[in-house]
Design a protein around this ligand. Structure first.
Ligand code: DGJ
Length: 548
């Protein structure tokens, strides 16, 4: 895996100019020339993770375009939406059917246009390899593959009927996909010294809808055999299991499919990574985190939360597995973030609903140290995936996302650095929960929703819709970075028994330029007497606290 584990002292050094320290007041040095740019890299320390870009933690403020929008002719309808959102990273598909129109003849013209236009619009790219699997099917296989079903077979169900999902045991398909993906990665290596591409997604929501696994003769033979020893070891199962059923009981079919799909994806990923070691990941169509049931209730075989360890063992070339989150309710959304933020898995939300209610979850992702976050379907082609969260794509209904990115954009390096050091906390409003408290160092932070700006705001009613969100970063020495929308934030000493009360020694509103904070004004009087009130205006505060 192209990842790096750093001892915490080294992390502090790496962050010296990325987050909070006084030395960072110096202007940011110019980015190194393209030929010397380091590769984007996932770095791990103390169970936390960061995406390093140009050698320091970076936060992807993402937007994913619609499935059929990564064509040169369509890009004019993409860029205005990206600009409005203030995204710094755009997720765009690369279509196998376009890249390899005839076996072993590659057409990189579209990739080259995407690179050129992304650079012209000053954004990074995450490329999505629509190869063997796209939402569980093989619809992006080139025509020549679709016309050879014997070499590119679909799965079979229990009655021997073909299923609209590729068999993970198709060696010819695996070889062909590997060749194409490797060609793509080689091309990026040759053409992207500027490191416009930060990460690559391998396949798209791999697995199968409607069926738990392949029942082809090849699959049956493997299912009756002993599971691979490395899988048994990874899942801490006795090495002596004679069959999948023997080892995993009722989970056997699902685990078998997860292992088989992950092995395939892992082999494609490993081959690509061997030629150009960018961070790689696979995305998951989720199961309900609170009431999962079993396949076919959800897509089988992909990196759902119950098989993350299987994916880790089967596909070590992937740096992470990532949830596509379209569940709008906060208990489910927050649970998914918790499940994918693991010591062995950096959190990345490569797709999420675009409805206004989803915007606040950007803050929840920050609280989990996410390396990036990305609403889905951001372009003005007119396509609307409404049930997945989001009506027509207009500035008005993307406004909450744009607010997030306008706020976070100038200080994304600071936020990423604080998160990597474990010094960033954030909360989001939940329905019928108008008050929240969390701890940061010697302080409790109280966040309330729906109160007016003036007055004690004792019994906050909550906002009419739960859209509030707040973040607090610990800058050291009782100084905090505070920001949010539609909320009030206040602090209280945790050792209240000592009788000490909080004093706002100095509250500066300003903006980060790189990692240096520039003060624009000082808040005092009405603006601080009742706490720090945030409305729909992106405001960043540097707050120095004391006691009396
Ligand atoms: C999840 C997939 O990963 C996306 O490509 C897209 O199909 C959405 N679902 C639905 O719009």
């Amino acid at each position: 895996m192209q990842t790096k584990r750093l001892p915490i002292a080294k992390v502090a050094a790496a962050l010296a100019c990325s987050s909070t320290m006084a030395a960072c007041a110096a202007p940011k040095p110019a980015a190194p020339p393209a030929s010397e740019r380091p590769l984007p890299l996932i770095v791990h320390a103390d169970g936390r993770h960061a995406l390093f870009v140009d050698g320091a933690p970076f936060l992807m403020l993402g937007a994913q375009i619609n499935n059929s929008s990564a064509w040169p002719a369509v890009l004019p309808k993409v860029w205005p939406a990206i600009e409005y959102l203030h995204a710094n990273t755009v997720e765009m598909p690369i279509y196998w059917e376009q890249l390899e129109p005839e076996p072993a003849r590659f057409d990189f013209s579209v990739v080259d246009t995407l690179l050129a236009e992304a650079r012209a619009h000053k954004v990074y790219l995450v490329l999505l390899w629509f190869g063997t699997w796209k939402n569980g099917s093989g619809h992006y296989m080139p025509q020549w593959a679709k016309r050879s079903p014997e070499r590119f077979p679909r799965m079979l169900d229990e009655r021997g009927r073909p299923v609209d999902s590729p068999s993970p045991f198709a060696e010819t398909a695996l070889e062909a996909d590997t060749r194409a993906f490797t060609a793509l990665m080689s091309h990026l290596k040759a053409r992207d010294a500027e490191r416009t591409v930060l990460m690559v997604q391998v396949e798209n929501e791999p697995g199968t809808w409607g069926h738990v696994r392949d029942f082809s003769p090849e699959a049956e033979k493997r299912f009756e055999a002993a599971p691979p020893p490395e899988l048994l070891a990874a899942l801490r199962k006795p090495a002596a299991a004679a069959s999948w059923h023997d080892a995993f009981g009722d989970d056997a079919d699902e685990f078998f499919h997860a292992w088989s799909v992950a092995r395939y994806v892992g082999r494609v990923a490993a081959a690509g990574k061997a030629v150009y070691p960018l961070p790689l990941y696979a995305n998951a169509a989720l199961r309900d985190p609170l009431d999962p049931g079993r396949p076919p209730k959800y897509e089988s075989g992909g990196p759902t939360d119950n098989v993350i360890e299987i994916w880790k063992a089967a596909a070590p070339a992937l740096d992470l597995v990532a949830p596509d989150i379209y569940m709008g309710d906060s208990p489910r959304y927050l649970k998914v973030l918790e499940l994918y933020d693991r010591r062995d898995n950096p959190l990345f939300v490569p797709e999420t609903g675009r409805g206004p209610g989803f915007a606040r979850y950007f803050f929840a992702a920050l609280a989990h140290g996410a390396v990036g976050f990305s609403p889905f379907g951001v372009d003005y082609t007119g396509y609307v995936s409404a049930p997945l969260g989001g009506t027509r794509v207009t500035e008005e209904n993307m406004a909450q996302f744009a607010l997030n990115y306008r706020l976070a954009g100038p200080m994304q390096r600071v936020l990423a650095g604080l998160a990597f050091e474990g010094k960033l906390k954030a909360v989001v409003e939940e329905k019928d929960k108008p008050k929240q408290t969390f701890e940061l160092g010697a302080w409790s932070v109280n966040v309330s929703y729906g109160v007016g700006h003036f007055g004690p705001g004792k019994d906050p009613p909550g906002n009419p819709e739960p859209i509030g969100r707040a973040l607090v970063g610990d800058l050291g020495n009782d100084q905090f970075l505070v920001a949010g929308f539609f909320c009030r934030v206040d602090f209280q000493r945790r050792d209240e028994a000592s009788g000490k009360q909080r004093e706002f020694v100095r509250v500066e509103e300003g903006a980060y330029e790189g990692t240096a904070f520039r003060t624009a004004r000082i808040w005092n009087g009405d603006q601080t007497d009742w706490g720090l009130n945030f409305s729909s205006v992106p405001e960043v505060l540097r707050v120095s606290l004391g006691t009396f």
